[in-house]
Design a protein around this ligand. Structure first.
Ligand SMILES: Cc1ncc(COP(=O)(O)O)c(C=O)c1O
Length: 453
């Protein structure tokens, strides 16, 4: 049934601006049809994560002792949002003007400098010593950084290469920029030199994309992959880099961009593994082709527990400063015409926090405490699943674990009947280690063990 509004009155009826809609069902299907453009009409409803979280909340609010393994934020054992106290302290001490002022369009210079160290660790120095230019631009979260690459580094209508299991919002970011998706398998199917990287399929996909496109881009969420918790080994990272270098050298007219989505890296054992591997590859004598760009989409949402403050950066690495300058310019213009400047307060607070050795150490201690919470839950879940005969995907780091299955909705419904709430996604079930208490591990394992296969 359509809602109408005439001269301040609201009501319901089938009459609408000179047109009668006979069926409420049709009206519902066509809602907004005359207002939304063709692209918007293809955007669909509730994100699975939020709808399954809502089901958990409903169960909890009706007094049920339910397990919440749905949301992607780190919760303490009592279900409250985990916050890094050093960051909270820094925000509390922030001068009023830092709340109110705009940030410079590309970000506060000291923050941009800090962000390079937070993204690259000690490898930053080695890269700079080797003459690699490093750009950083402030973005609204890691999402903003991903958006900048989608908007600028491949042509409209091109495909971006992802692994088949990936963070679902990638699909929306890409289709919003008029891009399609090609995938390669998360794990190799047979024997492979690299247990967590399917090099053969990766190279096949790169070759086929190169037949159709003059720019290729890969988005790789590693380490601590969302939704599985997988992290590549150093050998896997180096194989991937070598493969991209070989491909870029073979086709110098084709732009090659690798975007490391590092959203969870500071909760991984090998937090700076990618930067270290980049240094290793080029220290070992590989050339850096002019048509190869390496980027890090950095999010401070999780590492500093400031999800809502929307802070991130896009880091770009290239041997030529002129290329970095040009990219920074393009990214700045894109940001200006999309979200204006990125939020200032987090940039100020993080700079302040990390410029004091005491506060920086307090942040690191808290970060370690939060990482331990995740590690304990992961170890316990893996042990419980093994005891129940449930085979989970390899899970090494970060916020999630993954149960691969053909009918995720049915499995999630089955778990919900045991008051265990997980998220069914394409190809499997995401288990939010970040949101469930340690005591939930056994219940998750038992619910999965009894689920229909
Ligand atoms: C895989 C992945 N990438 C990027 C992000 C971006 O996070 P944000 O925009 O909050 O910094 C997230 C957030 O959940 C994520 O899971």
């Amino acid at each position: 049934m359509l809602r109408w509004r005439i001269l301040g009155q609201t009501g319901r009826g089938h009459e609408c601006v000179g047109r009668t809609i006979s069926s409420a069902l049709i009206a519902e299907h066509m809602a907004g049809e005359t207002l939304l453009n063709a692209h918007a009409l293809r955007k669909h409803g509730n994100d699975a994560i939020f709808s399954w979280f809502a089901r958990y909340q409903k169960a909890r609010d009706s007094g049920i002792d339910a397990v919440n393994a749905t949301v992607g934020s780190l919760l303490e054992e009592d279900g409250s949002l985990a916050t890094n106290s050093a960051v909270v302290e820094s925000v509390r001490n922030c001068p009023p003007v830092e709340f109110s002022a705009y940030a410079p369009l590309r970000g506060l210079p000291r923050f941009l400098d800090l962000s390079k160290s937070l993204a690259l660790g000690d490898a930053r120095q080695s890269l700079e010593n080797a003459g690699i230019s490093i750009g950083s631009i402030a973005t609204p979260g890691g999402s903003g950084a991903l958006y900048l690459t989608a908007a600028n580094l491949v042509e409209r209508g091109h495909s971006v290469l992802l692994r088949d299991r990936h963070w679902a919002p990638y699909d929306g970011f890409l289709s919003g920029s008029d891009l399609s998706i090609e995938t390669w398998p998360l794990l190799p199917s047979g024997d492979s030199q690299y247990p967590y990287f399917d090099l053969t399929s990766f190279e096949e996909k790169i070759s086929s994309l190169k037949m159709k496109q003059d720019k290729i881009m890969i988005w790789l969420n590693d380490p601590a992959h969302n939704p599985t918790g997988l992290s590549l080994t150093a050998e896997g990272r180096i194989a991937l880099l070598d493969s991209m270098i070989t491909s870029a050298l073979a086709d110098p007219e084709i732009g090659h961009t690798l975007v490391i989505d590092a959203a969870y890296s500071l909760y991984a054992d090998d937090a700076y593994g990618w930067a270290d591997s980049i240094v290793e590859v080029f220290d070992n004598g590989s050339p850096w082709p002019e048509n190869l760009l390496l980027c890090f989409a950095v999010s401070f949402s999780k590492s500093h527990t400031i999800y809502g403050m929307r802070n991130g950066v896009l880091i770009s690495l290239h041997p030529e400063q002129e290329v970095i300058d040009r990219l920074q310019n393009v990214f700045g213009v894109t940001g200006r015409s999309t979200w204006s400047a990125a939020p200032r307060i987090g940039q100020y607070c993080l700079t302040d926090l990390h410029s004091s050795p005491e506060q920086g150490a307090a942040w690191a201690t808290e970060c370690e405490r939060l990482k331990k919470i995740l590690d304990n839950r992961r170890i316990t879940l893996l042990a419980n699943c093994e005891a129940e005969g449930v085979i989970l995907n390899p899970a090494h780091d970060g916020f999630f674990a993954w149960f691969e299955c053909d009918q995720p909705e049915i499995v999630a419904e089955h778990c919900a009947k045991q008051d265990v709430f997980v998220v069914p996604l394409e190809g499997g079930i995401r288990i939010g280690l970040c949101s469930m208490p340690l005591t939930g591990c056994e219940r998750v394992a038992k619910a999965l063990a009894s689920a229909p296969r």
